[in-house]
Design a protein around this ligand. Structure first.
Ligand code: HBI
Length: 99
């Protein structure tokens, strides 16, 4: 079972994840992405979905038109783990070319 990150480990990880922040009441981390239009937003979601399947770690996300709100937590551990940090990094790499 993957271990929960400590508060310090979470803060350190977030230093290298610009745009992501702690959602403390949900024991999670989150970031919002705004794209040019719905088509780009959904293209981003399609790519993230494939990465999530590969990682067997899935986002809790919401899409309204060109905005995608992403929340990551590890249900099995009841909070933020290294798996969330790894997926956040993968998600940022997917979002980069859309800029
Ligand atoms: N995704 N975010 C998240 N958190 C999990 O704990 C998780 C998951 N996707 C799949 C998964 N766990 C499976 O390993 C378990 O449901 C068996």
């Amino acid at each position: 079972m993957v271990e929960l990150l400590s508060a310090t480990e979470r803060q350190d990880a977030l230093q290298n994840l610009p745009g992501w922040s702690e959602i403390s009441d949900r024991a999670a981390i989150g970031r919002s992405f705004v794209f040019k239009d719905f088509s780009e937003a959904f293209g981003f979601m399609t790519r993230v979905a494939l990465a999530a399947e590969k990682a067997d770690h899935h986002p809790d996300w919401r899409n309204v038109y060109k905005t995608v709100d992403v929340v990551l937590t590890t249900h099995d551990a009841g909070g933020v783990t290294a798996r969330d940090i790894a997926l956040a990094k993968a998600i940022d790499a997917i979002a980069r070319p859309f800029r």
